[in-house]
Design a binder for this molecule. Sequence first.
Ligand code: ZN
Length: 109
Amino acid sequence: MQRRTDEGVIIACDFTGRDWDGHSPMIEGHQGSVISLEALDMAVEQAAPAAEPVECTMCLRRREPPMKVWRHPQPPAGANPDAVICWDCITLADRTFAKDPDVDWQRRT
Ligand SMILES: [Zn+2]
């Protein structure tokens, strides 16, 4: 997500609320949504079948059960409290991080 400040636009992970430091791995989705490697790590571990239809924050698609989705169990201060990521976006981010030689990440999906 993006936040405007007097210094300009701050990019932060929708799921953890952590500001981008300029080099930590993050992937951008639609409408400025962002997931950090830290959040993806939790998403891969904790994703579970959706209990009801959700709109994925990253791809904006409506996802129906039983697709696996993930949201932070306790969204930290500064995170988007409605942020949810679908399994397709989790696997896409997983592949993208794994292909990046600058990111220490092995495929897990
Ligand atoms: Zn998605």
